[in-house]
Design a binder for this molecule. Sequence first.
Ligand SMILES: C[S@@+](CC[C@H](N)C(=O)[O-])C[C@H]1O[C@@H](n2cnc3c(N)ncnc32)[C@H](O)[C@@H]1O
Length: 409
Amino acid sequence: MKLYKGLVAATVDALQQIFIKSRQADKVVEQVLKSNKKWGARDRAFIAENTYEIVRWWRLVKYAAGISKASDEADFWNIVGTWQIIKPAHLRLESDNILPEWIEFEGINVESVIERYQEALDTRKIAESVPDWIDEIGNQELGAKWDTELAALNRQAPLTIRVNTLKSTPVDVVALFGEDNCVEVPGVPNAFTLKKRQNVLNQEGFKQGFFEVQDAGSQLIAPFLDVKPGMSVIDACAGAGGKTLHIAALLQNEGSILAMDIEDHKLTELRKRAGRNGVKNLDTMLIESDELIDQLSETTDRLLLDVPCSGLGVLRRHPDTKWKLKPEFLENIRKVQWNILSTYSSMVKKGGKMVYATCSMLPSESEEQVKRFLKAEKKSWKLVSEHRTSVSKDGFDGFYMALLERKFS
Ligand SMILES: C[S@@+](CC[C@H](N)C(=O)[O-])C[C@H]1O[C@@H](n2cnc3c(N)ncnc32)[C@H](O)[C@@H]1O
């Protein structure tokens, strides 16, 4: 494949922003793509794909480049060049791996790159490109399953949409994208994966609120809450509202939803999305103190706790997370999860239900938190059911969800 210097330079720039300035990969790619109006769809795809692939395979590519720490621009050119050499073999693509004779690639020795690449494949944490501590914790908590889940987490995620039944129907949304392009997701009503990768957010149908982009595993969570029209629902860690909007569709605008979060800007975005989605029964509330939670004691039929977590289950979509995550963060976030579960649960009415959910495959953030809660609260709560999606088996992101019921006693 012919390489264009301007596109490689843009990829180098994006990677420097991600790894040197610690900026979020999706935001960086969005901003770099906006910086040159002359780039066509293929140019944009080159920059976005190469940036994401290199972030995903960062440890492996650095190893093949013989660079332990990328610190200056020359290192990043070397890394992008190295990726062009190993990419065809690594992603099983039918393209050549011949580098142009650019001065920026002068320091790259193709034979050494291939030799180091082959050597790297023998060590899982380098071959699958994860920091040592994540590989250790995955192995510790998941055992043999870690191998297959980790490999699946390094594949590109499908583009999945959810039909917003408040404004549209599956038939109409399939007509928007073309029947040949849409594949129903078995077991997930209103979910379709699109065969053709495209920017669906520019489409008129999206602006009209006919559909949302949402992973199929994520689409299992709102229905798991056993929501019926007319109920009161609190979504206590609503963020920008991916699941709030789904709950709203299940409520059919009957009943009420209160979306809460500790970050105001996310609730602002949620209100914007709710407007587009035709949601009429939503209130939002910024959590500024625990007293607010006390004031809402026993007020809701259903509660969703989609708690903050490591995000290890969604690495396909956010591969930069694995380089930014630190063991101290994980330790702290488990305490936050426990605090949310043990205090926010008081908002559920007797006889009501709640879902505790994470986008992590680690039991220490998921099953074990629920087990601890049930032990501490055995007089007041019972487990109705638990479900886990598997990235390798289902092809969905890695979610955990537990449905619990508050007893009357
Ligand atoms: C996994 S994200 C939620 C994603 C969201 N439910 C969705 O589907 O798009 C977790 C959210 O919890 C929020 N959060 C963190 N600590 C919190 C706390 N103590 N109480 C409530 N929300 C909190 C974060 O700001 C973040 O938006």
